[in-house]
Design a protein around this ligand. Structure first.
Ligand SMILES: Cc1ncc(COP(=O)(O)O)c(C=O)c1O
Length: 560
């Protein structure tokens, strides 16, 4: 049944007609019907609080016959609200992209027509450097003959402060990435399970359920899960516009703050991601100063996600918030400043789950440290990373070489796109580009963006990520990851995009402008997705509850 079977007012749509058709189906021997739930209605007001209203009433036409209520009551009685809710956002249609890839993954010889994964912000370009180091330093791994002597000590280590040498090495690495212009105190480093765990831990320390964080858009979709799901906190978007390249402005911050106040929501902080995922841009000094003055005036926290710090590959260089707050002319209450970091992107180790919170606030450090028991980095991983990052020669070489390789890959990719008339937001960081396809949309709407996205997945066979999943304010943008594949796969991806664009350009010159290029019947780039899925995504964004799966869709296994 279509998603609009239940109206925005949570009532059954066209009750009489629906009842009659369901009765007809039932008498024809149909035993059941399938219906999608729109969580924006069911979980409209507060995450974890459900109003089954209209869906409960669709017990008409002889179907469901009370089972519906029984199922829900049973489930809710047996499990927690969190377990029966959709706070994780995994039921989102964006997982279609992942499913498409997983069902049919590209392989150069075994499956050359498979889907290429370009939705994964992984940094695989410099693994050979790490592998060479590992071969030269077998004692760093306690499971090798060279390292087994340390096995016992490391295996029993369980202090939630972490190995001193791990904290020293991470502080040292963070300083190097910031050009040694700032110092980090190893005693302020608290471990967590990746930046994912670090964000949640920070929110647990700074906010109570219902409190909010401002987040500039477009932003990493995982934030909807990491900051909100288990903490009960909310996110208030700071709407950044394409007209100024999605830069964060004072006006946008003030507007978001005001809208939260008008809705009686207590704002506890601002979360910025620098460099930005998905934009691949960095925040300049002026913007960072403005942000610091904004949060100080409002007396709210500033959480800076600097997970992509070492992915800056050309000038201007990266400026950490740590640099800004040490400027003499900046007035700043350091108790409000917190950095979230992990080795998932800069070193390309998302599997190691080596995340940290670095807070300038003693109470936050102390509270986070106690909480870190729930997400420690294993001592084996700490030991290995400590050895690797204490090797200055390796670190210096890795940082420089990784930036070079990212720069080259970025150039190859963006030049290839430019040749066929596709532009990207100018960027100098990250593992992705923010590709502008708004000229290929049938109309400038998010529905049209989703339709184009489905074509790119189903027909062009690339899993890229649509801008709406990053809460982008303008339709037609797509995040395309370029560092999670080898050169040959990148060539194939580029060739596919190029022929897609050429077909569209040809079509565009022969059909009236209004017509959507990729709908031309004779080319094979036609829509081929299930309408059921489209129902999910056809809802105008303005109608969506912040708790709807679309709003929080991670697309992403929510890690990237
Ligand atoms: C901006 C941002 N923050 C946090 C994360 C989560 O990183 P981790 O794998 O360390 O949990 C990601 C992952 O893509 C990210 O892009």
């Amino acid at each position: 049944m279509s998603l609009d079977s239940v109206t925005m007012k949570n009532a059954v749509n066209r009750w009489k007609a629906m009842n009659a058709s369901l009765q007809a189906l039932k008498s024809a021997g149909v035993e059941g019907i399938m219906m999608d739930l729109w969580w924006g209605l069911v979980e409209r007001k507060v995450a974890g609080s459900y109003n089954w209203g209209g869906y409960g009433s669709v017990q008409i036409g002889g179907f469901l016959g009370g089972n519906w209520e029984m199922i829900n009551k049973n489930q809710q009685n047996l499990l927690s609200k969190m377990a029966t809710g959709n706070g994780h956002g995994e039921n989102s249609p964006y997982f279609d992209g992942w499913k498409a890839f997983e069902d049919n993954p590209f392989h150069p010889t075994k499956n050359p027509h498979g889907v290429i994964q370009m939705g994964l912000a992984e940094n695989q370009l410099s693994f050979d450097l790490v592998e060479t180091w590992l071969m030269k330093n077998p004692e760093a791994s306690i499971c090798t003959p060279g390292g087994v002597n340390d096995f016992r000590d490391i295996a029993i280590f369980q202090d939630y402060h972490g190995l001193t040498k791990f904290r020293n090495a991470v502080a040292n690495f963070m300083e190097k990435v910031r050009g040694n212009r700032v110092r980090f105190d190893p005693d302020r480093i608290v471990m967590s399970g990746g930046a994912t765990g670090a964000h949640e831990m920070t929110v647990f320390c700074l906010a109570d359920p219902g409190d909010a964080f401002l987040v500039p858009t477009p932003y990493y979709p995982g934030f909807d899960r990491d900051l909100r799901w288990r903490t009960g906190a909310q996110l208030v978007p700071v709407v950044c516009e394409r007209s100024n390249d999605f830069k964060v402005t004072r006006e946008a911050l003030e507007a978001a703050y005001k809208s939260a106040q008008e809705a009686n929501i207590r704002v506890k902080g601002l979360l910025i991601t620098n460099p930005s995922n998905p934009l691949g841009t960095i925040l300049d000094r002026e913007t960072l100063r403005m942000v610091v003055s904004f949060i100080n005036e409002k007396s709210i926290h500033l959480v800076c996600d600097e997970i992509y710090a070492a992915t800056v590959f050309t000038q201007p260089g990266f400026i950490s918030i740590a640099e800004i707050i040490q400027e003499k002319e900046i007035e700043c209450n350091h108790d409000l400043i917190h950095i979230v970091y992990s080795l998932s992107k800069d070193l390309g180790f998302p599997g190691f789950r080596a995340g940290i919170v670095y807070s300038y606030n003693d109470a936050v450090v102390s509270c986070c440290r106690k909480m870190s028991s729930f997400g420690l980095v294993s001592s084996q991983t700490q030991h290995l990373i400590a050895s690797m990052l204490s090797d200055d020669e390796f670190v210096n070489k890795f940082i420089a070489e990784s930036a070079n390789r990212l720069a080259t890959r970025h150039k190859v990719f963006t030049t290839g796109l430019a040749k066929v008339g596709i532009s990207c937001l100018q960027s100098n960081a990250g593992l992705f580009v923010w590709m502008d396809l708004h000229h290929l949309l049938k109309e400038q709407t998010f529905e049209a963006e989703m339709a184009l996205w489905k074509v790119i997945i189903d027909e062009v066979k690339l899993n890229v990520s649509p801008g709406s999943s990053f809460h982008c304010s303008a339709p037609g943008w797509f995040r395309v990851c370029f560092a999670n594949m080898d050169d040959q796969t990148m060539d194939v991806a580029l060739t596919r995009i190029e022929s897609f664009a050429v077909q569209n350009n040809e079509t565009c010159t022969t059909v009236p402008m209004k017509r959507q290029c990729w709908q031309k019947p004779q080319n094979n780039l036609r829509l081929s997705f299930k309408s059921r899925r489209m129902d999910d995504i056809m809802m105008p964004q303005c109608l969506m509850s912040p708790h709807s799966p679309l709003a929080q869709s991670p697309l992403v296994r929510a890690r990237n």
